[in-house]
Design a protein around this ligand. Structure first.
Ligand code: SF4
Ligand code: FES
Length: 248
C-alpha cells in the first residue's frame, strides 16, 4: 500500500504544532498501525530527520498508552480495539490518514503524538484503592460470597485501561466514563464499602479540578471505548455521589 500520512508534529508543550505530510510506501495489510509508524520512523532516522514521538508499551491492548486520534476517531476506525490492535488492512491503497494526539485541556501534548495523562493517575490516587487488613486475620477474598452479576459488573468495570479515548471522544472532554469505571469496580463489591463515601467525593472532585468537562449524555465515550465500558457505570457513579453527598 502507498499512503499519505498527515501527522501532528509539535516540538514541546509550549510550541505551536502543525500537520506535516509524509508519503509512505510498501505498507503490508498485516502490519499493525504502530508497525507502520515504526517503518516511517526508521525512514526519518535514516534521512537524519526527527522521528515521530508516540506512546506505546504492551502492543497487545493492555496498557492503554497507544492513544491516537486517527482520521478524527480515538483508536481509529474499528470498534473495541486499541491502536496497537488496529491493522493496516482497515485502510486501502492511496488513503490519506490523519494522525493526531488525543485533544483535551487536561491532556497537554508533551511532544508530537504523546500526551500527558497524569490527570488520570491523580484521579485514581484520590480514592481508587481499598483498605486491606494485614493484621494476620486477613480474610481470603474468595471466601466472601458475592452475587455473580455484581462480580461480573465489577470485573467489566475493572477492564478500563485508562487510555483516555472516552475523553477524546467527548465534546466536553469529560472523564466521567473513566472515573465511573474506577469508582464502580469498588462500589459493587463488599471490599469497596469501607471508603465508599470518601472515594466517590474525592475522585469526582479531583476529576473536576483537573479540568475535565461534564458528561454530555451523547454516549460517544461508550462507543469509542476499546474495552466496552458501559454508560451504566456513569449512572452508578452519579447515584454513589448523591448518596455520599447526602451522608456528608
Ligand atoms: S473508560 Fe474506556 S475509553 Fe475511557 S479510559 Fe477506560 S478503557 Fe479508555
Ligand atoms: S500499546 Fe498497550 S494498549 Fe496499545
Amino acid at each position: 500500500m502507498n499512503l499519505t500520512l498527515k501527522i501532528w508534529r509539535q516540538k514541546d508543550a509550549k510550541s505551536q504544532g502543525k500537520i506535516v505530510d509524509y508519503p509512505i510506501s510498501g505498507i503490508e495489510d498485516d502490519m499493525s498501525f504502530l508497525e507502520m509508524l515504526d517503518v516511517l520512523n526508521e525512514e526519518l532516522i535514516n534521512k537524519g530527520e526527527e522521528p515521530v514521538v508516540f506512546d506505546h508499551d504492551c502492543r497487545e491492548g493492555i496498557c492503554g498508552t497507544c492513544s491516537l486520534q486517527i482520521n478524527g476517531q480515538p483508536h481509529g476506525p474499528d470498534r473495541l480495539i486499541t491502536v496497537c490492535q488496529l491493522h493496516m488492512r482497515s485502510f486501502k491503497d492511496g488513503d490519506t490518514i490523519f494522525i493526531e494526539p488525543f485533544r483535551a485541556k487536561a491532556f497537554p501534548v508533551i511532544k508530537d503524538l504523546m500526551i500527558d495523562r497524569s490527570a488520570f493517575d491523580r484521579i485514581q490516587q484520590a480514592g481508587g484503592y481499598i483498605s486491606v487488613n494485614t493484621s494476620g486475620n486477613t480474610v481470603d477474598a474468595n471466601a466472601i460470597p458475592i452475587e455473580k452479576e455484581k462480580a461480573d459488573d465489577a470485573f467489566a468495570a475493572a477492564t478500563c485501561i485508562g487510555c483516555g479515548a472516552c475523553v477524546a471522544a467527548c465534546k466536553n472532554a469529560s472523564a466521567m466514563l473513566f472515573t465511573s469505571a474506577k469508582v464502580s469496580q469498588f462500589a459493587l463489591l463488599p471490599q469497596g464499602q469501607v471508603e465508599a463515601t470518601n472515594r466517590v467525593l474525592a475522585m469526582v472532585n479531583q476529576m473536576d479540578e483537573e479540568g475535565f468537562g461534564n458528561c454530555t449524555n451523547t454516549g460517544a465515550c461508550e462507543i469509542e471505548c476499546p474495552k466496552g465500558i458501559s454508560l451504566e457505570n456513569i449512572a452508578r457513579m452519579n447515584r454513589e455521589y448523591l448518596k455520599a453527598s447526602l451522608k456528608g
